[in-house]
Design a protein around this ligand. Structure first.
Ligand code: HGY
Ligand code: MN
Ligand code: MN
Ligand code: MN
Length: 404
């Protein structure tokens, strides 16, 4: 049913592009490495019989017609990474979708529905602090204002698109209509499947990431000449807030909150920090609880700022709504898991995925594959070949069921 040797070879080859010294991967949107990765994946798409094109933001789209004029079955994921990321996050979903289309073709199975496989642009948001550029464009929700977001060198998304040599067309040309559904294979990036002794899982819903940037501004002064009770130390203030973020998140059991980036200015040994900037990534499958946690954190930051004569600025970087996966697609996935002799485990996704951008557009479903030790966003990210083969078989069977 699936040529797992070919799929494993594709995963290995793609993982070599953007490789870091410690075996991780740096592959950020609109860079030469990502361009080379797209070119490799485009070859795999063509070998599978897909017609390849790039859309206005650089989504790599492989298409095939159906035997009937029906809505499109959409598959895919992303091939960009977090800094020093793993070889399976995103890439597994794109390559597995291509392998399933390739296998169906080899077995002479012509689907009724047209199919598109997409490697979505910039799912991670690593370069511009604003993720899922590609899937937003496909959903028709990416705005020209969004394209003004800048990377750390001051390059906007719009400039990066132009530098990438992509044909300039209106953003609206990227929107895909007439889509039946979207199904994504992705590594779990958590420990649930492993603890349930399950190779694959059916995703019930996806927690929505809310990204905020906090800035505390105090006064940079001499570390030796400034008495302790006369300081406006931005880093001490930030530290109090950051420690409280963890305590508050634990209060809301299903929520998670992470401070992933921290910038201290002027960052000198003998200078009281005058300015500190940090990010908070807040998630919950329940949007109301996420909003409560957001407000708790903001209010505490304001209290600390007032007590310490610091100025606080909070900027929203992205706010993605949680999404429930479609019941019919979940049933097709569960039946397929049973048919390959695996026990069915259904679970929510703590990680965000391109699928969540399609909440208002068409039904979505996701198939998770077990992550060793639940590790991801890390060079140690690993998923066993036999688990990948099972996930590919589940996707194969799910597509055949959805095609009826
Ligand atoms: O942040 C996430 O959840 C995903 O890896 N982009
Ligand atoms: Mn990721
Ligand atoms: Mn991912
Ligand atoms: Mn994803």
């Amino acid at each position: 049913m699936i040529n797992i040797q070919r799929l494993s070879e594709h995963i290995e080859q793609l993982s070599l592009i953007g490789r870091t010294a410690d075996g991780g991967i740096n592959r950020f949107s609109y860079t030469d490495d990502e361009k080379r990765a797209n070119e490799l994946v485009a070859q795999y798409m063509e070998a599978a019989g897909l017609t390849v094109r790039y859309d206005v933001v650089g989504n790599l789209i492989g298409s095939q017609t159906g035997t009937e004029d029906l809505p499109v079955i959409l598959l895919g994921s992303h091939i960009d990474t977090v800094p020093d990321g793993g070889r399976f996050d995103g890439s597994l979903g794109v390559l597995t979708a291509i392998e399933v289309i390739h296998s169906l073709k080899e077995q002479g199975i012509d689907l009724r529905h047209p199919v598109k496989v997409i490697a979505f642009k910039d799912e991670e948001g690593t370069r511009f602090g604003f993720g899922m550029i590609g899937s937003r464009a496909i959903a028709g929700t990416l705005s020209t204002t969004d394209l003004l977001r800048m990377d750390e060198d001051g390059v906007t998304i719009e400039q990066a698109i132009a530098n990438d040599g992509l044909e300039r067309r209106p953003l609206s040309s990227a929107k895909l209509d007439n889509v039946k559904c979207y199904v994504e294979v992705h590594i779990e990036q958590g420990k649930v499947l492993e603890r349930s002794d399950a190779a694959v899982g059916n995703v019930t819903g996806i927690a929505g990431p809310l990204w905020l940037k906090f800035q505390l501004i105090g006064l940079a002064e001499h570390a030796g000449a400034t008495p302790m009770n006369q300081r406006q130390d931005a880093l001490v203030g930030a530290s109090l807030v950051i420690a409280e973020v963890e305590k508050m998140a634990k209060k809301y059991h299903s929520s998670v909150a992470t401070v992933g980036k921290l910038i201290v200015k002027p960052n000198g040994v003998n200078v009281i920090p005058g300015e500190v900037e940090w990010t908070v990534d807040i998630r919950d499958i329940d949007e109301d609880k996420r909003n409560l946690l957001e407000n708790d954190i903001k209010q505490y930051a304001e209290t600390v700022a007032k007590e310490r004569q610091l100025h606080l600025h909070v900027t929203e970087l992205q706010r993605v709504e949680p999404v429930q996966c479609d019941e019919n697609i979940q049933n097709a996935i569960n039946e397929s898991i049973q048919e390959i002799g695996e026990n069915v485990v259904s679970l929510p996704s703590g990680a965000g995925h391109d699928a969540m951008q399609f909440k208002q557009n068409f039904p979505v479903g996701m198939i998770f594959v077990r992550s060793k030790d639940g590790i991801s966003h890390n060079p140690k990210e690993f998923t066993a070949e036999e688990d990948i083969e099972k996930a590919a078989k589940v996707l194969y069977k799910t597509i055949v069921k959805l095609d009826r």
